[in-house]
Design a protein around this ligand. Sequence first.
Ligand SMILES: Nc1ncnc2c1ncn2[C@@H]1O[C@H](COP(=O)(O)OP(=O)(O)OP(=O)(O)O)[C@@H](O)[C@H]1O
Ligand SMILES: [Mg+2]
Length: 325
Amino acid sequence: MAIENLMWVEKYRPSKLEDLVNQSSIVARLKSMLNSPNEMPHLLFAGPPGTGKTTAALCVARSILKDYWKDYTLELNASDERGINIVRDRIKTFAKYFDKRVEIPFRIIILDEADEMTSDAQTALRRIMEESSRICRFILICNYSSGIIEPIQSRCAIFRFSRLGENDVVKYLKKICRNEKVKYSDNALSLIYELTEGDLRLAINMLQSCSVLGEVNIENVEKTAGISGKAKIGELVRLSLEGKFNEARERLMELLRIYGMSERDIIKYVNEEIFKLKPNNLDEFAETLAKYDYRIILGAHPDIQLTAMIAELSRLGREGNLPKG
Ligand SMILES: Nc1ncnc2c1ncn2[C@@H]1O[C@H](COP(=O)(O)OP(=O)(O)OP(=O)(O)O)[C@@H](O)[C@H]1O
Ligand SMILES: [Mg+2]
């Protein structure tokens, strides 16, 4: 089974706007816009992590483009260096092959982390938005709308997402527990809420890692929060060094997606683990890890970089004559 299907955040991502928790005024405004999609402006979703921005954007795309939504929606991370060029190229092909089916009033481009774009890139984006408005609508997503240049803001309808409250989060977690047949206690779910501060993605991830330990009770929540995946790093390193590439990659995805560990933390902990093992080519390991750390800061695609890192660790492990086991 694909790792995505094992992840509760994906499994429990609402597919309809009305299933979004808490953001009721946003849902109402969006739904009234969806009544006449042809008049829909570009949209700007701003707000804290894990509050439903990406989910809402996908729901809008689904609702407008129906069965074709996957083919006519482009989802991009704007902070990616190549972001703006991909958008430009893709729009050129859109324009060439514009599909006049009535069901498809326009294509939708979802640009995540738009506030991470430089202001030059944003200026370029603004022109693209103007030139392509006949065939595309943009949904820009950001944490802070202040990171978006004024001329773009003024071309968008702005929606501000707020942090989810305790009742909403606990209710959602309970629903998941019942569905997954996991035993839970109310105070453990409240603790998960406290630890995750209204970020529902983080809360669901914590619930899932906690459920692996058995019951969702205070003790297990504390354990989950405490170990926070760090113990898994040892396993990741061991599998990489043994050349078990696929298993190592699965661990890696679990750390990123289920434990929510950041890419740079993964590299930092891998570094600590390797240091403990004292391979005779420690200098090469150090240089390799520094290389991937640097690439990730520069904005290279983290999944690709970390996967390449695992492959390189395998090679260095063979050359470093590490003790087996
Ligand atoms: N308002 C919500 N209603 C229901 N589920 C939600 C809501 N917000 C978040 N979730 C859950 O959290 C997961 C992540 O949500 P989503 O990707 O929409 O967050 P986001 O606001 O885009 O966060 P980020 O800024 O980190 O990208 C979803 O898959 C869903 O399971
Ligand atoms: Mg998102």
